[in-house]
Design a protein around this ligand. Structure first.
Ligand SMILES: O=C(O)CCC(=O)C(=O)O
Ligand SMILES: [Fe+2]
Length: 879
């Protein structure tokens, strides 16, 4: 059998730089004089541990033992004293929080006072002792590492009793440590090692008493049980308090945070630590005991019963039930006690200390649950914070309650007027702000919309033009509301169907807004009538029609909802209106962050389901037939509202006024409106030399990109020639020669000016066509790169050159401190506080901007100030 070894074979010095010098001096003192700690108040467990490690590596076994045991002793002294100071100061309050001018002020005032109290206490107890320990050393002590060294050093000098006890102590806290298991085994095999050598040197009083109580119980010594178990519970609460107080230590802070955020983050870490106290303490012989403290009262009630002290027995039964409500055995005992004389319901009032302990743990658990569900550890993570704001701002004054009642009444009126019936709410659907309402469409209306989708639907789910975007077993096709209006214009569908599409989506919007009781309006972000058609009817499938996802964030593998692009982070609510039920599968369902199903909704004609876009949801496989739905995503941000409704509305109004126009438009013209992503121009890029050289990450912000190769060298030269030869000074800046920097002149040529040049025969048509082509390329590439499914429009196109002025060509020029173009945004005015106001005279309609650049040999930098595009975002993450 192998001789004992240190559980961590590789030696790693934990010598702490700053203190090594001191340690060397102390070493000498300590090795000579192992006197009581107060003689050396400034010698800390950290120093002694370090000295012990030195002794260990120098094979000074006896010194190693001495230092390790002194280190352990000091660690106990230090932590107990620290807990004691914190305990003594818990009640140190100076400011009255009962009648405060400002509650927060009073609370923090008291913290200042408490902090002083703790500092004074530490000064008194620790005197000049340093109060700075490395997290690494503290962790070693928490894990009883010093016992590991101690056992090996003791073994080396054949102090088996010490070695066995230390090894055993270490093992109780490190059950899976194989090296120590082997050591214990070895020690046990030695003839000189007796069973009683294996003692737990870290046994706490509550554990000692508990063990005694159980032994007494086994002997049926009921008085013995009572005596020891009473002590055990008292000591347990004490130990628990100490453990919790020790959690109020230093916390590593990864980020620089605001005051309140800092406090909250700190508090959560402390709370997490406190929660672990139960796990840490509820152990006997290193074995975790479920419901430890409740179990103590079980023993007690039984022992009291045995000695005929029924009042105490009832009290302990009541205390047990506090921790384990509804426990059958104890309820039966309770019934039996109640039949005894002198025992009434009040006899079961839980013990005061137990009740206090319970209340604290329960409240902390509640807080932690809240934190778990709502706290944004990562600010990119989505939380359901709307309710909290509602809660915060909605007091319970009579006025506010009146408003609420009125809103509820309005909603009910709205439902009645339209014949809507709420089928399920938050309770059934297992999530707030979720609702299923029936009665939005008649069967006939569902038929029209379904037909509309089948006549005019475009392949894909509205975001990608693949016919099978989510599963290869189903085909998707859909139509937007503006396209539906175009179908009317092309005499492909009748007006009624398109009007219905427009109107029912508006009704969905209104209902969702009312149901959610929103203070600000909801806007359409994307409206899509979409069908999923099973491609292999009746086949066994394990996949989903739509995998679990959220509509406005990226679901991470650990279930977080990251509000980051490319998700549609501006989407706030989703409404799905179903059109049919004559298919198999296709149930909609809500899921939790572990992807477990919470509730499901069976689609049927006229059934609406509305929910928060951050809720996880999915669609079960459509195993046969076709499932159609009108899906609408709403946003609270007007900036993101789609134009499709306005376009459809206007076109339908025009067609109603001039029915002759219906069927007039030629097919070919219509083809231009195929969503971006499928145009010919774009397909060209698939094999072109365009290369994205920087993405949003490289460029430090979302929706940014830089690409090379959109024009060839010759094309660039050609464009520069056009700009240099014909650009107008100050073009675009009311003729100011140097509008942006006095060190540069600025020439530009917009598209009409370029066209005019052709007319005047100043330049050839080829050069201007190139100008237009390059602009078009950049526009298409932009749209494709950002996955836009609606066209971008040119707002302004400008071919410009900035030329360093002659006088600044010298060295002086290189030292210029100004910018060629001061920092600005293209569609808003930057305010002093850094925010950007989207208000005229800024070009608020501009959404994307592209610049083409070419450095010439001269001191000029030519730019094709490309379109400042107008767009609407209609991109979707692939679920
Ligand atoms: O059709 C449905 O029931 C849900 C579709 C969906 O979740 C989506 O398109 O994002
Ligand atoms: Fe969805």
């Amino acid at each position: 059998m192998a001789a004992p070894e240190n559980s961590k074979i590789r030696w790693r010095s934990v010598c702490i730089g700053k203190i090594t010098v001191i340690v060397c001096t102390i070493l000498t003192i300590l090795t000579q004089k192992c006197s009581a700690l107060p003689d050396f108040p400034s010698v800390t467990y950290e120093m002694m541990y370090s000295a012990g490690l030195d002794a260990y590596s120098n094979q000074k076994w006896s010194d190693c033992m001495k230092f390790m045991s002194r280190a352990i002793e000091d660690y106990h002294f230090y932590t107990e004293t620290l807990a004691e100071c914190r305990r003594l100061c818990t009640k140190a309050n100076k400011f009255n929080t009962q009648k405060p001018v400002d509650m927060q002020l009073a609370i923090f005032g008291n913290y200042v006072y408490k902090s002083n109290c703790i500092r004074k206490c530490k000064m008194t107890k620790f005197k000049t002792r340093p109060d700075n320990y490395s997290a690494e050393v503290d962790e070693a002590f928490e894990n009883l590492k010093p016992y590991d060294y101690y056992q090996l050093c003791a073994f080396k000098i054949q102090l088996y009793q010490h070695a066995a006890a230390a090894a055993y102590t270490f093992l109780l806290s490190n059950k899976d440590n194989e090296a120590m298991q082997k050591n214990i085994h070895y020690y046990r095999s030695l003839p000189q090692v007796k069973d009683e050598f294996f003692v737990n040197l870290e046994e706490k009083p509550y554990q000692t008493h508990y063990i005694r109580a159980v032994e007494a119980y086994n002997r049926e010594d009921w008085l013995g049980v009572i005596e020891s178990m009473e002590k055990s519970t008292r000591e347990y609460f004490k130990e628990h308090r100490t453990c919790r107080l020790l959690c109020e230590g230093k916390v590593e802070q990864e980020q620089q945070l605001d005051f309140i955020e800092n406090i909250a983050d700190y508090f959560i870490k402390v709370l997490d630590c406190k929660k672990s106290c139960g796990q840490k303490l509820d152990k006997i012989y290193g074995q975790f005991i479920e419901d430890f403290i409740a179990g103590c009262y079980h023993y007690l009630q039984f022992a009291y019963f045995k000695v005929g002290e029924f009042n105490h027995a009832s009290e302990c039964a009541g205390t047990y039930l506090l921790f384990k409500p509804g426990d059958e055995t104890m309820e039966a005992n309770k019934d039996a006690y109640l039949r005894l004389k002198g025992i009434g319901p009040m006899s079961f009032t839980p013990r005061e200390d137990a009740q206090k302990h319970y209340d604290l743990i329960a409240f902390e658990a509640q807080l932690l649950k809240y934190i778990d569900e709502h706290y944004m550890f990562d600010i990119t993570e989505v939380i359901d914070d709307d309710d909290e704001f509602d809660d915060l701002f909605l007091g319970d004054s009579a006025d506010e309650l009146d408003i609420l009642a009125k809103k509820k009444h309005d909603l009910e009126e709205f439902e009645r007027a339209h014949g809507f019936q709420v089928f399920a709410g938050p309770k059934e659907l297992k999530g707030k702000k979720r609702v299923v309402v029936d009665g939005f469409l008649t069967d006939e209306q569902c038929g029209w919309l379904k037909e509309l989708a089948n006549i005019g639907g475009i392949k894909g789910d509205g975001y990608q033009q693949y016919s099978t975007p989510h599963t290869k077993h189903e085909m998707y096709h859909g139509i937007t509301v503006d396209k539906a209006a175009e179908l009317v214009e092309g005499a492909k569908i009748n007006m009624t169907a398109a009007e219905l599409y427009l109107n029912v989506s508006e009704l969905m919007r209104q209902y969702t807004e009312k149901y959610l009781n929103l203070a600000s309006p909801l806007y359409f972000h994307f409206t899509h009538l979409v069908c999923r058609t099973s491609l292999d009817d009746g086949e066994e499938r394990t996949d989903l029609s739509h995998p679990i996802h959220a509509d406005n964030c990226i679901m991470t593998t650990d279930g977080k909802c990251l509000k980051k692009l490319p998700a549609f982070i501006w989407r706030d609510y989703t409404g799905l209106l179903y059109l049919n039920d004559n298919f198999e599968g296709g149930e909609f369902f809500f899921a939790d962050r572990n992807k477990s199903m919470q509730s499901s909704v069976k689609p049927k004609c006229g059934r609406l389901v509305s929910f928060q876009a951050s809720d996880y949801h999915g669609v079960k496989a459509v195993t046969s037939g076709q499932r159609c739905a009108l899906a609408v995503w709403f946003t609270l941000d007007r900036m993101y509202q789609e134009t499709a409704h306005d376009t459809a509305f206007q076109l339908l109004a025009k067609l109603r006024e001039n029915p002759d126009l219906i069927g007039q438009k030629k097919e070919t013209e219509k083809d231009d409106s195929v969503p971006v992503g499928k145009t010919k121009a774009l397909e060209v890029y698939d094999d072109s030399n365009v290369q994205v050289i920087a993405t949003d990450e490289d460029l430090g912000g979302p929706q940014r990109m830089a690409a090379d190769g959109l024009a060839t060298e010759e094309e660039c030269q050609e464009l520069c020639k056009l700009a240099n030869g014909h650009g107008k000074r100050g073009s675009g800046y009311r003729g100011h020669v140097s509008p942006l920097s006095t060190h540069e002149s600025f020439e530009g040529l917009d598209v009409p000016e370029a066209a005019e040049l052709v007319q005047q025969m100043k330049v050839g048509v080829k050069a201007v066509k190139l100008y237009l082509d390059v602009a078009e390329r950049a526009k298409e590439f932009t749209a494709r790169y950002f996955g836009l499914t609606q066209p971008l429009y040119f707002d302004f196109t400008h071919l410009v050159c900035r030329t360093a002025l002659e006088d600044h060509k010298s060295n002086q020029n290189r030292q210029r401190k100004d910018l060629s173009h001061p920092i600005h945004a293209d569609n808003c005015h930057i305010q002093q506080d850094g925010s950007c106001r989207k208000k005229p005279p800024a070009y608020i309609q501009r959404d994307f901007r592209y610049l083409f650049s070419h450095k010439t040999r001269f001191w000029a930098r030519c730019l094709l100030h490309l379109p400042r595009f107008k767009s609407k975002y209609t991109k979707h993450q692939t679920a």
